[in-house]
Design a protein around this ligand. Sequence first.
Ligand SMILES: [Zn+2]
Length: 349
Amino acid sequence: MTTKNFRPLKDVAHGHWEFLMQHFGLGEYLRFKKFEGPCPLCSTDAKSTRFRFTDRFGYGDYFCSKCGAGDGIGLLMKYQGCDFKKLVADIHEALGTDAKALPTKALPTDTSCKPQESDERARKNLVRVWEEAKPIQPGDAADRYLSSRYLGMPEYPAAMRLHPGLKYFDEPNKKELGKFPTLLSIFRHPAGPAVTLHRTYLTEKGEKAPVPKVKKMMSPVRPMAGGAVRLFDPQGDCLAVAEGIETALAVRRLTRSKANPDGCPVWAATSASLLMTMKVPESVKKVWIFADLDVDIPDQPNQINGQRAAKRLSERLVAEGKEVVLYRPDSVEEDFHDVYLRTHVLVAA
Ligand SMILES: [Zn+2]
């Protein structure tokens, strides 16, 4: 990092921290201006009261009674586990500027901070959708869908449910395209509470629903960074992690052994950037990372893809004292669901 680069980014971002915090998934912390709340960097307890986001000088200023004071740039770098160069690119992208120009777009400058009302609506919506859903049963749409992907099982994780008929709204016009049986998975904050629901829209036959985007997230009620879909919780000191939910279910099967007939406990991040931020419990000492092997885009060296996310996650976990093994599919554009199909299903067929 050079000071020469540092000043301009600070200036570019100056006055835009409400927007940037929202953009990078830290919108919830904006409310901690007048009263304290949990620190996005060091709190694992949602009830902790050590953090304030004051934005006092317009530089995203914050204060934490445990990890100290800093500005928005430092906060984002630590929060995302990314380097300065990556953040420069991300902030410019978010603000629609380039490295040499100042923002020209009109940006949200509303400094009032009232996320509570919409948060409360989102929270009620999550609870309602989850309560309307039922555990997955043999022969229902979710079981048919997963079985067709060779991921069926006699008993499904409690973190997954089937909603009998969830409305699908097209974006951005919010037009309703119908109701579909929907596979739901709970995405949890590292401290435990639910953050959001991952949805896979299906047909009664267990096929993918005829909608533009089969897999979607509901509006999160807290920041997603650090969290995961906890499919199978660690019994001992070992945890496998993967990006996609179906990939994670395949990893469960791939890690079956005589000593471990059910396979490894496994969590899913749902995206490469969330895999990068995933936090694992202190009790876990060994982490097996099963990352996707995405195509590398040469002119976008900072783009987060499966392997880059896995590498960053691995580096962070090693620094935390964990033993990490990074697994990589053999071929480009493969994930471990593909590997499972290729090595266990096609061979057996
Ligand atoms: Zn802190």
